[in-house]
Design a protein around this ligand. Structure first.
Ligand SMILES: CC(C)(COP(=O)(O)OP(=O)(O)OC[C@H]1O[C@@H](n2cnc3c(N)ncnc32)[C@H](O)[C@@H]1OP(=O)(O)O)[C@@H](O)C(=O)NCCC(=O)NCCS
Length: 113
């Protein structure tokens, strides 16, 4: 049966960068190779990173996203992220505002998405 071409050792299909400081997770960047999208890679990366951050003691996760980025917004909303504010002219290239999204873990909420 034919399936997706397996990645070569030198191919990066996606990455997520985050840090955890003082019970706060900050998601700095997330991207998936254009030819490998809609296969659940971002969902897997985000789920893994949030589980790791929770184990490190995170109580809240923050991220910034462009209002025009409907794909990323759909992903984050499906994880339960909510808009909590905006950062005016956050993006240098377009002077676009950023939406500030947050996810607050609740007690006993350690399940994967
Ligand atoms: C946003 C991005 C990371 C999603 O990566 P992906 O691996 O294709 O996402 P997944 O396959 O894991 O999809 C997870 C969910 O994201 C949303 N989503 C992803 N692509 C979408 C699209 N083209 N249209 C609508 N929703 C989309 C959906 O809710 C999807 O869930 P579903 O497949 O059950 O409907 C990817 O499009 C990307 O790298 N974009 C450019 C970089 C970027 O914008 N990064 C985010 C910066 S904040």
């Amino acid at each position: 049966m034919a399936g997706p071409t397996p990645p070569q050792p030198w191919q990066v299909w996606g990455y997520l960068i985050y840090w955890v400081v003082a019970e706060e997770m900050h998601i700095l960047n997330l991207a998936v190779h254009p030819q490998q999208r809609r296969r659940g890679i971002a969902r897997c990366l985000l789920s893994t990173a949030m589980s790791q951050a929770r184990e490190l003691g995170a109580q809240v996760a923050w991220l910034e996203v462009r209002p025009s980025n409907t794909q990323a917004l759909a992903l984050y909303r499906s994880f339960g992220f909510k808009k909590v504010g905006t950062r005016p002219r956050y993006y240098d290239d377009t002077q676009e505002d950023a939406l500030l999204l947050a996810y607050y873990w609740e007690e006993g909420d350690d399940s994967d998405q």
